[in-house]
Design a binder for this molecule. Structure first.
Ligand code: MG
Length: 232
């Protein structure tokens, strides 16, 4: 039996343990409205533009302040205030963020077994921390690593090195669970971790990536894996 000190498990957050129902996108619409513009989310222009802004920001290509400045430029608004956009995001955490089915129960079970747990998530602080607490309750995992704080965005190896460090186990005994094939699974495998692909949204696994160590369709499957497969 695994005594819990042998392995550690890291998790992605968005679409693995919780969903935010397009929180940042909705914050942009609320922000525009405050600035005097009612953007049509179905017009085919703004959804694309907002998604592009968020994609560049999430990849670390632009700062949050630059993203908001670009949004202001697109609306022809001067001095769009990034603090206001942040505040709108925080206000949407309670109404929009939800756990994935079984996430709380799974973490409770793993914690009870003494397995070190951490979340490694791409995003910005403290929004990710607020989302995680809303979805999973306080203290659900010991460590929360957010890309803006650790200075590394998945799939960069440095992000997974930080995770292994936080888990306190050797890389080959660290598991990473995520829904994103390239960012989560490709990144974790390249950094020498084992990777569980949470395949629940009908995505196709890219043929150029090495296959995940394990594939699950529901989080509860990890309980069994922790007992049977993961335990040495
Ligand atoms: Mg994800």
């Amino acid at each position: 039996m695994n005594d819990g000190r042998e392995i550690g498990i890291g998790f992605d957050f968005d679409h693995t343990l919780g969903v935010d129902n397009a929180l940042e996108r909705k914050a942009f619409y609320a922000f525009a409205e405050e600035l005097g513009y009612r953007l049509d989310p179905h017009d085919g222009v703004w959804p694309t533009r907002i998604e592009e802004l968020l994609t560049e920001f999430r990849a670390g290509e632009v700062t949050l302040e630059q993203m908001i400045a670009r949004f202001g430029d697109a609306l022809a608004v001067r001095d769009a205030d990034p603090e206001r956009w942040r505040a709108l995001c925080y206000a949407l955490v309670d109404p929009l963020v939800r756990p994935i089915d079984g996430a709380r129960e799974l973490l409770d079970g793993l914690r009870a077994r003494g397995i070190p747990l951490a979340i490694l998530t791409n995003g910005w602080s403290p929004l990710q921390q607020k989302k995680i607490e809303r979805a999973l309750g306080p203290g659900a995992v010991e460590e929360i690593l957010v890309s803006d704080r650790i200075g590394a965005v998945k799939p960069a190896p440095a992000a997974f090195v930080a995770l292994v460090d936080a888990l306190g186990v050797p890389a080959e005994r660290a598991w990473y669970v995520g829904d994103n094939a390239r960012g989560d699974i490709g990144g974790a495998l390249a950094a020498g971790l084992r990777a569980v692909w949470f395949d629940w949204e009908g995505q196709t696994y890219p043929p150029d990536l090495p296959p995940p160590t394990l594939r699950i369709g529901a989080l509860r499957e990890l309980e069994t894996l922790a007992q049977n497969t993961i335990a040495p």
